[in-house]
Design a protein around this ligand. Structure first.
Ligand code: B12
Ligand code: SF4
Length: 511
C-alpha cells in the first residue's frame, strides 16, 4: 500500500518556525514499523507552513496514497479537519487514519460522520498502525486489532485496549528517516532531528497528558540502539538532536551511561537538547552537569512549572521539583538552573502561570524568576488538554472560559482563576517574555552568527508582533499592542485555505 503520513503545520509561540522546525518523531517511528513492502512517505507540514494547501495537493497528486495518516495535538484539530476535507476532495477513495495525543485522548472529537475519519489509533501507534494497515491490505476485520476506534457505517466501534510496548526487546523497530519527503528541519540554522531513548513517566502531574495516554510506566530503549539512532540522524545531516523522551531524568544512572556512550561513540560534537526534572539535576549537581556538557548538551528544558509551593501542589508537580533536607523540603529549580549554567548550558524554563488561586503577586514572582534565571522562557497558562486530571478539575469548577480547542496552544489563557482575569494573566506573561527573548539573542549570535545576522529582523518581527512606530514612540500603550498581537495570532491559525467540514457547534470543547 502507498501510505502518506502528515504532521500539522501549526506552531507554538515559543518555537517560531523562523528558528525552530523539528521533525515529528512519531511519523518516522510509524514509518519504520510498517511492514517493509509498503511505500511510505512522511511530510512534516511545519516545513511548508506558508504553502500548506499547495504542498498537500502536490503530495496527493504525486504519491496517490491509499491511506493518509495524520498526527494531531489538540490545538491542531481545526487544521487537521480542513486537511482531511481537502484530501478527500482530491482523492475521495483514500482511507484516513488519525493518531497522536488528541485522537487518542478525545476520540469522540474525530468520530463526526461529516469529518470522514476511518480509523482512530489510540495511544502508542507503532504496532497498532502496522497491524491496522496489514488488516486493511488483506481485507481482514479491524475488530481484531487492539488499540483502535474504527468506522462501521455511520458509527465507530472500539477494539480492546493495547498495552504499551516494552522497549528492551525488538517490538519497536528503529525510525525510518529516509521516508521523509520534505526538507528544511532547523534549530537556529543547524539541521535538527529527534531521537527517543525512553518512553513514559511514573509521575502524575495534573496538567500532563502522558499518564492518560500511556499509564504510569517507564520503558527504556537499549543504549546501543539509541547510539545507532543518533548515528543515523547524524549521517542524514543532523547537527542538533532533541531527545524527546517524556522524562529521561527518571533514571539518572542510565542518563549518565547514555552521556558516556555518546562521548565514546564520538557523537558529542552534536548539540543536544533534552527536557528534565529539576530535582535529579540539582541532586546530581556538578558531576552530572559536567558530564552532560562533555556529551554535547546545550539546551536543557526544565519543567520548573512554578516556583511557589501552593501552585506546585495544584499542579501535582511538587515531588519532581523539590528535595528533602534537614531543613525540610526545598524547591530545586534555582539549584538546577545554577548548576547547568555553571557548566555552560542554557536553560529553557517551563513555567505555568495563571493557576486558579494565582494572584498578581504569584504571577509576577514566577515571571521575575524567569527574567533573572532562565535563558529562554517557555511560559504557559494551564490548558485543559483532554483526559488530564487538571481538565476534570477545571470543568467541575466551571473555570474553562474558552472552549475553542484551536486556541489551546499553551500561550492563550483559556481558564479563569479566582482572583485574576485570564486576559490579564496572558497580558502579563506576553509583556514580560518579549524582553527575555531578546536578551537570549547574544548567546545565539555567538553560537550561530550567520543565522542571526540573516534572520534577526524576522525573529524580532515575530517576537514583537503587534508593535508599530506609534507604539514605539509612545503614542499607543502596551495594551493596544497586545490586542493587535492577539488579532495577528488569531489570523495565523488559518493554516489551510479550505473550509472546515464540521459546523461550528461540533467543534467546541475538549474534555
Ligand atoms: C517532544 C515534544 C515536543 C517538541 C516537538 C518536537 C516534534 N516536532 O515532534 C516541542 C518542544 C517542539 C513541543 C512543542 C509543543 N508541545 Co509538545 N511534547 C513533546 C513530548 C515531550 C514528546 C512527544 C514525542 O515526540 N514523543 C515520541 C513519539 C514517538 O511519541 P508520540 O508523539 O506520542 O507518538 C506516538 C503516538 O502518539 C502515536 N501517534 C502519534 N501520531 C500518530 C499519527 C498516526 C497516523 C498514528 C497511527 C499514530 C500516531 O504513535 C506514535 C508512536 O508510538 C510530549 C509528551 C510529554 N511527555 O510531554 C509533549 C506533548 C505532545 N506536547 C504537547 C503540547 C501541547 C505542545 C505545545 C502546544 C506546547 C506545549 N505545551 O509544550 C507545543 C506545540 C508544538 C508545535 N507544533 O509547535 C502536549 C500535547 C497535548 C495535547 N493533547 O495535544 C504533550 C502531550 C505534553 C503535555 N502537555 O501533556 N513538544
Ligand atoms: S514529570 Fe513531566 S512527563 Fe512526567 S507527568 Fe510530570 S510533566 Fe508529565
Amino acid at each position: 500500500m502507498r501510505v502518506l503520513l502528515l504532521s500539522m503545520p501549526d506552531s507554538f509561540e515559543h518555537t517560531p518556525t523562523v528558528a525552530v522546525r523539528m521533525p515529528n518523531g512519531a511519523l518516522a517511528s510509524l514509518a519504520g514499523n510498517l511492514d517493509p513492502h509498503h511505500e511510505v512517505a512522511v511530510a512534516d507540514l511545519i516545513l511548508a507552513q506558508s504553502s500548506v494547501r499547495r504542498t498537500v495537493e502536490d503530495l496527493i497528486a504525486r504519491l496517490r496514497p491509499d491511506l493518509v495518516g495524520l498526527s494531531v495535538m489538540t490545538f491542531q484539530r481545526a487544521t487537521a479537519r480542513r486537511l482531511i476535507a481537502l484530501i478527500r476532495s482530491l482523492h475521495p477513495a483514500v482511507r484516513i487514519v488519525v493518531g497522536g495525543y488528541d485522537p487518542s485522548l478525545a476520540p469522540e472529537a474525530w468520530a463526526h460522520p461529516d469529518l470522514g475519519v476511518d480509523v482512530i489509533v489510540r495511544g502508542e501507534g507503532d504496532v497498532t498502525f502496522r497491524e491496522a494497515v496489514r488488516a486493511i491490505e488483506n481485507g481482514q476485520p479491524l475488530q481484531d486489532v487492539p488499540g483502535l476506534w474504527f468506522r462501521d457505517g455511520n458509527a465507530f466501534r472500539s477494539t480492546p485496549h493495547r498495552d504499551v510496548a516494552r522497549l528492551d526487546r525488538d517490538d519497536i523497530r528503529p525510525p525510518n528517516r529516509a521516508a521523509r519527503v520534505l526538507s528544511g528541519y532547523s534549530l537556529m540554522g543547524r539541521p535538527i532531528d529527534v531521537v527517543e531513548t525512553s518512553r513514559g513517566c511514573t509521575f502524575d502531574c495534573s496538567f500532563c497528558s502522558i499518564i492518560e495516554m500511556r499509564g504510569r510506566n517507564f520503558h527504556r530503549f537499549p543504549i546501543a540502539r539509541v547510539i545507532d539512532d543518533i548515528r543515523d540522524a547524524h549521517a542524514r545531516g543532523a547537527r542538533s538532536v532533541f531527545l524527546v523522551d517524556d522524562n529521561i531524568t527518571l533514571d539518572v544512572e542510565r542518563f549518565e551511561a547514555l552521556c558516556h556512550a555518546i562521548i565514546e561513540a564520538g557523537l558529542h560534537r552534536i548539540d543536544y537538547l533534552v527536557q528534565g526534572m529539576t530535582a535529579p539535576i540539582a541532586s546530581r549537581g556538578d558531576a552530572l552537569a559536567s558530564l552532560m556538557r562533555r556529551a554535547g548538551f546545550r539546551y536543557v528544558f526544565l519543567g520548573i512549572e512554578n516556583v511557589l509551593e501552593d501552585d506546585l501542589v495544584f499542579l501535582k508537580a511538587r515531588a519532581k521539583n523539590s528535595r528533602t533536607s534537614a531543613a525540610g523540603r526545598k524547591n530545586t529549580s534555582l539549584a538546577a538552573v545554577e548548576v547547568l549554567h555553571r557548566h555552560g548550558m542554557l536553560v529553557v524554563g517551563g513555567l505555568i502561570v495563571g493557576n486558579p488561586g494565582d494572584r498578581r503577586e504569584s504571577v509576577t514572582a514566577n515571571l521575575e524568576f524567569a527574567r533573572q534565571h532562565i535563558d529562554w522562557p517557555y511560559i504557559q497558562h494551564p490548558t485543559p488538554y483532554p483526559g488530564t486530571p487538571m481538565t476534570r478539575d477545571f470543568v467541575q469548577r466551571g473555570l474553562v472560559v474558552n472552549t475553542h480547542p484551536d486556541e489551546y496552544d499553551g500561550t492563550t489563557a483559556v481558564t479563569r482563576g479566582e482572583h485574576l482575569d485570564p486576559e490579564e494573566v496572558e497580558f502579563m506573561r506576553w509583556k514580560a517574555e518579549r524582553w527575555m527573548k531578546v536578551r537570549h539573542m547574544p548567546a545565539v549570535l555567538r553560537h550561530d552568527p550567520w543565522f542571526v545576522l540573516r534572520n534577526a529582523p524576522q525573529m524580532l518581527a515575530h517576537t514583537y508582533r503587534g508593535t508599530t512606530w506609534r507604539s514605539v514612540v509612545g503614542l499607543e500603550n502596551d495594551r493596544d499592542v497586545f490586542q493587535r498581537y492577539r488579532a495577528i495570532r488569531q489570523r495565523e491559525r488559518q493554516y489551510v485555505d479550505w473550509p472546515d467540514p464540521l459546523p461550528p457547534e461540533a467543534t467546541q470543547g475538549t474534555a
